[in-house]
Design a protein around this ligand. Structure first.
Ligand SMILES: Cc1cc2nc3c(=O)[nH]c(=O)nc-3n(C[C@H](O)[C@H](O)[C@H](O)COP(=O)(O)OP(=O)(O)OC[C@H]3O[C@@H](n4cnc5c(N)ncnc54)[C@H](O)[C@@H]3O)c2cc1C
Length: 541
């Protein structure tokens, strides 16, 4: 087992998602579907390359670069144009649309610390020289939390944590692993897999998201029904703040005052830098049993999922697509005829030791049948599993063709779920119609709890050549509808800059004061990610 920080990773495409070699055009089936829904699909206009645009923010001054190089070494301070551009923000659709503009902003430098001491030293230099620091994990944020926002400071240091990667410690008896924060989710699974262990955090951004970013954003993976949200997996954290370091989480349960680990889960880089994450792990599942189910309508399916979550029969994945999303998914697996049929499909996964997983599957099956579900072709579940990390590449192909595609998510109680779905769908549909756009709104239940569930919406719309401003107006309506429905502004994408205008409505004025007080204590100069969480709020778009 290597306990040394490991340095490996490819950079994502600057103007799109993921591995540059995996980018692809628009599949024929999707083109047909889009033509039916939105009308003519324009010819592709690929996004510009880094050389085709102007970066308006200069690199930091030589004296700043020298001070940073003095603490991490010159090889780990990169003020080159290309590297700064690769750290210019996250991967929401508005982020990607902004990358298609002629003028770009970027941080003043990218710094790669190689130890906790170096992180602390960089924060000290930044404080002395009035530079903002934006921690950068995998760069997959979708709520504006990676914007190079200097706040009241002279410039921005993007603190890329990729050198702080790998397994730091393992307690095999306790099934607890400590990993460096810059470890990507695949690298974590691969290091743990060698030891017969698994974390089980599979967000759709799995290929690039890091553990530090997942903790900072309170991420939730697709196997959350069984393994919990990322924050539920965290048993401890090491954090470096501008005023000192913390090593939190001593015991699996503690009554030593409020739980400070939780103060940093969701802190979005605004309180300090998470350097290590201690996590609950489990043995690699012996079996993985996929099932697909169909329900006459969304209400019947949602009720079935509620019963499974409340009985606790133990699936690790439990998802239900609404009628429109089911139709689109069927079209994508090449079943365009069936796409016209009504109904909703669900994907269920049981995994673990063979006998136990089988017994859980049988228990879930009984509940789903009694609730009106019918077993569906297994290939639906298998194709969901195979394609689950590929969907983000499709968004790039859609944007190339001028088709707007974005997602948003929220959560509420089971009793409020349908009212919430209707309110958000209505806000999106009406808003898009007012912008003169044809659209299709897809929705699924992606994460379940005994008391409620999250709803994940996908918006596909013909929003014209410059969708940023119209989408900003539509997203504001959707966020207002979420708030008016009593739901959360985000189940797992976080606050960032985009949702900051709605944070006070959710946690109240006292809640915001508490966050500000903690920030003032840990980061009195306000250098830590000034644009995120509490910072210069930007409404989406
Ligand atoms: C296509 C796509 C699919 C997605 N699917 C999911 C999903 O299924 N579930 C889900 O939860 N999210 C999803 N996301 C959102 C995103 O992947 C998550 O928020 C993820 O947790 C971000 O991790 P990251 O390492 O990329 O962090 P980054 O994007 O690099 O950073 C996110 C925020 O955390 C801060 N930060 C990062 N690392 C640290 C650190 N070590 N210490 C302190 N602050 C830090 C940053 O400053 C920033 O504010 C998706 C995003 C995309 C683009």
């Amino acid at each position: 087992m290597s306990t040394e920080p490991q340095h490996e990773r490819i950079d994502m495409r600057w103007s799109g998602w993921g591995d540059p070699d995996a980018a692809h055009g628009l599949p024929g089936g999707v083109k047909l579907l889009l033509t039916a829904v939105l009308g003519r699909v324009p010819t592709a206009r690929p996004a510009p390359g880094t050389a085709d645009v102007t970066v308006t923010t200069p690199p930091l001054a030589d004296a700043d670069l020298a001070a940073l190089a003095a603490v991490v070494g010159a090889a780990h301070v990169d003020a080159g144009r290309e590297t700064r551009m690769l750290h210019a923000g996250g991967k929401s659709t508005p982020d990607l649309l902004r990358r298609r503009q002629a003028e770009q902003v970027a941080p003043g430098v990218v710094v790669l610390p190689g130890s906790e001491n170096e992180v602390a030293a960089v924060l000290a230099v930044a404080g002395e020289r009035s530079l903002a620091v934006v921690p950068f994990g995998g760069g997959t944020a979708v709520t504006g939390g990676l914007e190079p926002d200097a706040g009241a400071h002279r410039g921005v240091v993007s603190l890329d944590l990729r050198r702080l990667a790998g397994l730091a410690a393992l307690d095999a008896t306790a099934q607890e692993a400590t990993l460096w924060a810059g470890t990507t989710a695949p690298a974590a699974e691969s290091a743990l897999g060698e030891l017969g262990l698994e974390l089980g955090h599979f967000p759709q951004s799995f290929e690039f998201a890091t553990l530090g970013g997942s903790a900072a954003m309170r991420s939730s993976g697709q196997n959350s029904a069984g393994y919990g949200r990322f924050d539920a997996m965290v048993t401890g954290l090491r954090v470096v703040t501008p005023t000192g370091a913390l090593d939190l989480g001593r015991a699996p349960g503690s009554a030593a005052g409020p739980d400070l680990v939780r103060w940093f889960l969701g802190s979005e880089g605004a309180f300090g830098v998470i350097t290590q994450v201690r996590l609950r792990v489990h043995p690699v599942p012996e079996v993985r049993l996929f099932d697909a189910w169909s329900f006459g309508d969304f209400a019947t399916g949602a009720d079935a999922l509620r019963r499974v979550a409340q009985l606790g029969t133990g699936p690790t994945v439990l998802r239900l697509s609404d009628e429109d999303e089911t139709a689109v998914s069927l079209a994508q697996v090449g079943n365009i005829g069936k796409a016209l049929a009504r109904g909703c499909s669900a994907v269920v996964l049981h995994e673990g030791p063979d006998g136990l997983a089988q017994a859980r599957r049988e228990a879930t099956t009984r509940v789903l049948r009694e609730a009106g579900g019918k077993p569906a072709a297994e290939k639906l579940a298998v194709s969901w599993d195979r394609g689950r990390f590929k969907a983000p590449y499709l968004r790039d192909a859609l944007l190339d063709h001028g088709v707007f595609c974005e997602t948003l998510e929220t959560a509420t109680t089971w009793s409020n779920l349908h009212a919430l779905k209707a309110a958000v769908t209505g806000a999106l549909t009406d808003g898009l119609a007012q912008e003169g756009a044809k659209s299709r709104i897809l929705c699924h239940i992606s994460h379940v709890y005994p008391t409620g569930a999250s709803l994940y919406f996908t918006v596909i719309a013909g929003l014209g050549a410059d969708p940023l401003e119209p989408w900003g107006r539509v997203k504001r309506r959707a966020n207002d509808a979420i708030m008016a429905s009593g739901a959360t502004i985000s189940h797992h994408h976080g606050v960032g800059a985009d949702h900051a205008p709605w944070l006070e409505q959710e946690i109240g004025e006292v809640g915001v004061r508490m966050l500000r007080a903690v920030k003032a204590e840990l980061d009195p100069a306000g250098i830590m990610n000034p644009g995120a969480l509490l910072g210069s709020a930007r409404a989406a778009g």
